[in-house]
Design a protein around this ligand. Sequence first.
Ligand SMILES: [Zn+2]
Length: 242
Amino acid sequence: MTPLDDADVSTVLVVTAHPDDVDFGAAGTVAMLTDKGIRVVYCIVTDGDAGGFDRELDNGGMAQLRRAEQTEAAKRVGVTDLRFLGYQDGTVEPTLGLRRDISRVIRQVRPDRVITSSPERNYVRIQPSHPDHRAVGGATLDAVYPDARNPYAFPELLADEGLEAWAVREVWLTGGQTNNHWVDITATVDRKVSALKAHVSQIAHIADGIEQFVRGFLAANAKAAGLPEGSYAEGFQVVQTA
Ligand SMILES: [Zn+2]
């Protein structure tokens, strides 16, 4: 699968369930894109309000903290435009309402490429297949096709908000079992690790191990991609949507 050349891409929208998902799955790639002058926007469906360890905060306080952490993490890879949808962590379903909300953001942002979670369960590793990730991935693919491009789908978006239909050209899925594209992120891996470390409420209890763990799986990706020893890579399943 050959994805669009980045030279033909002006805007990329990343849609994830939780603060930190993009940083585990795609922040090295995001940094590569922003370095090329490509506009990247994050849409984060929940505030991750059910996350954290040894908590003293209630869910409202956690939501506020996690938005701040994601905003800082985004800044470290060149992203300053974040849209938080405010859904409740742990309860996301691929409803018509979620499809409409993601379609709204797609029509506002008008991306060439969308990056989101795989809606399929990964039977090799269970963590990428959190139910919220699968729900967001499914709703995002449905928003890409057919909702956002069909002016007669969710007609209120056009009638009430003036949002014209928009056709996304391709989708990249993270966390699946069937990657068909690898991005060499050796040049940006340090910034990816730095972005991950901005999620202090999530990783403080594993701070020592997180960098080793992340570099380990990125190095394994690079090996699968046939890159030289010492390289790091992020993997995606590219889906044509034209
Ligand atoms: Zn997540």
